[in-house]
Design a protein around this ligand. Structure first.
Ligand code: ADP
Ligand code: MG
Length: 327
């Protein structure tokens, strides 16, 4: 199978809708944006050894490279539309590629996203996906705009993916049924696209939590020039994480909850007047939305523990280049 057979067989599918005038097969794709809308563009890379293990099930990898990009669209309140995929592959194993592309296209289909092009080269396994989405002009949600006295909210549960990773790496033992559940959050996260679209009318600021609540919330606070106070007991998490929080593994549990990566939940701020609408929205989407604290005028943030004492040192967020990694 040569490069072009590979592209044709695994990455060429009919587009999701009539917005694609030209997809895979020419030098560039041609798409038709909706009049009156702005385009939103994001890109994410996943590299073997850094973001996934060599033995990861390929279908989950195909899902995840798209899911993390859809999550960026969700955070901005955008409708995801078109994607470009750059794959660096060590070989052209047809079974592996078939499973990868199944995982990718199954998720793409659910969100009406068209894969309109890409690039395929040989090398150490890594995938980069570019997503393009749309939002009505001027309406995209951003990290700026949080206001003092806004409520601070998160969707879903926090720390599931980090806890699964800790178990896979034998840093902690979980019962197999629990690990199986948490593992799906790590390997096949569900992007909160429907939530993001509804938040356009309700939230002041939003982002998706890819690198842990503390680090990512810091981005909202910086962009909005505000601070925050968070109540640890309010943070939504899996019961097994709550149990660890109350035992000898508390440091690991705190790390998962506050700075664990790969959750892909949305964190957003909204005025207290939006509470009822957000509770209704949570029911409508069958997705937990939890108020975890509030925005303050004073910069910086504090996490209060169960006794309402400020937590001393906050675990740091993941950083690919901590303190300027030397060359
Ligand atoms: P070019 O030489 O013009 O860069 P390529 O030969 O790399 O184009 O790719 C041929 C066609 O296949 C292009 O339309 C490109 O967008 C598409 N393509 C290549 N790799 C992928 C991929 N992994 N997924 C989707 N489309 C791809
Ligand atoms: Mg060309």
């Amino acid at each position: 199978m040569n490069e072009f057979e590979l592209i044709h067989r695994f990455f060429s599918r009919p587009p999701a809708d009539g917005t694609v005038r030209l997809g895979v097969g020419d030098d560039a794709a041609v798409v038709m944006p909706t009049p009156g809308h702005e385009l939103l563009l994001a890109i994410d890379t996943m590299a073997e050894g850094r973001h996934f293990f060599a033995d990861v099930p390929p279908a989950t990898l195909g899902h995840k490279i798209l899911a993390v990009n859809l999550s960026d669209m969700a955070a901005m309140g955008a409708v995801p539309r078109w994607a470009l995929l750059s794959g660096t592959l060590p070989n052209s194993d047809p079974d592996w590629l078939a499973a990868f592309s199944e995982g990718l296209f199954a998720l793409a289909k659910r969100y009406d996203v068209s894969l309109v092009g890409g690039d395929t080269v040989r090398g150490p396994c890594s995938f980069t996906l570019t997503i393009v989405g749309e939002a009505p002009a001027g309406e995209a949600l951003t990290r700026a705009g949080a206001q003092p006295d806004d409520d601070l909210w998160v969707s879903g549960t926090l720390g599931d993916a980090a806890l699964a990773l800790a178990a896979i790496q034998n840093r902690i033992t979980l019962n197999p049924a629990t690990l199986a559940v948490l593992r799906t959050h790590l390997e096949t996260p569900e992007p909160r696209v429907a939530l993001g679209l509804k938040l356009r009318r309700l939230a002041h600021a939003a982002l998706d939590i890819s690198d842990g609540l503390m680090g990512d919330l810091g981005h909202i606070l910086n962009a909005s020039d505000v601070g925050a106070e968070i109540e640890l007991p309010l943070l939504p998490c899996h019961p097994s994480l709550t149990a660890l929080l109350n035992g000898a593994e508390r440091p690991l549990a705190l790390h998962c909850l506050l700075s664990g990566g790969d959750d892909y939940e949305l964190c957003f701020t909204a005025p207290p007047a939006a509470r009822d609408a957000l509770i209704a929205l949570s029911n409508e989407l069958a997705l937990p939305l939890t108020r975890i604290g509030a925005i303050t005028a004073t910069p910086g943030f504090t996490v209060f523990d169960e006794q309402h004492h400020p937590l001393p040192a906050l675990p740091a967020a993941y950083d690919h280049f901590p303190n300027g990694t030397p060359p």
